[in-house]
Design a protein around this ligand. Sequence first.
Ligand code: PMV
Length: 338
Amino acid sequence: MNVTAKSPSNIAIVKYWGKHGNQLPNNPSVSFTLSRCFTETSVTFEHNNSDKYELSFLFDGKESPKFQEKIEKYLVENQQYFGFLKGLDLKIESYNSFPHSSGIASSASSMSALVLCLMKIERIVNQDVTPINLQKASFLSRLASGSAARSVYPVMVLWGATPSVSTSSDEYAVPLADMVAPVFQTYHDSIMIVSNKEKSVSSRVGHSLMNGHPLAEQRYVTARHNTEQLLRVLHDGDVDEFIKIAEAEALQLHEMMATSTPSYRLMEPNTIKIIDLVKRYRQETGTKVCFTLDAGPNVHVLYPDTCEQAVKQFIKDELLQYCHEYKWIDDKVLINNM
Ligand code: PMV
């Protein structure tokens, strides 16, 4: 038997950086769900007449021992949720819509796609015909990769408890679509590929360097404040305030890296060039364009539909020269689930 699932990547505006316990965030985060960067996973499974499960994993048709190990560790650590896998052989195959070497993190889309497949298997094993419970999918995805918790819903998503959203939780993400003004449902994310290399310091290590970080407590206070501000801004459709929060959050994430022990830097000279050009272009033309960064050198250029033509021209004229082999990904917010 075979199940498949497709799950999108997401880009955080308020960043999750620092965690405790079993993948619980030290502050809430808010993200856009993307439509063109996704992972598609299929799992073929059959009974093996034992009380154990076996799995094999192919990424883009090739074996990936690193990812296979990650999946196995996840299933062992969270075995209380995966008892239904006992006695099954699983053949997992996964591919990303975005190039493997684009430097775009794939853990959010890949882990949530895997979780959705596992939940589909559970329903087949238990002959359960009810629809997939997305809250549970978000919970299980979070246990695999924090940011994956946010990939199970379209549009914009909040993960982490925050006072103004009574349904919010550190355990799973909640959809924000109903609380987001139309302008934010039209947002583009043009991803400037500054480098296609795997990052030198993983997010796992980055999160752990927040433990004992001298600025950690201040960072969490700011992120909590920015979450509340952003929720108001999203509701009101206030693009100018959105720009301030998005850029401040991106830079603060990278400040945390610069001031940790050991200190490290994921931004590259061309990251700074692109950031400066985006700011200058906004100042000179009044165009509502801004940037954010993930834990890497690539720059996410964010703007609403209304300035698509102008910004894409600006990207071609001024930004692409700073991208690795002129590469960029033309992405947009995802409106309906995949
Ligand atoms: O989901 P993780 O553990 O790979 O952490 C992701 C952290 C950031 O991408 C830097 C920020 C975020 O909120 O997505």
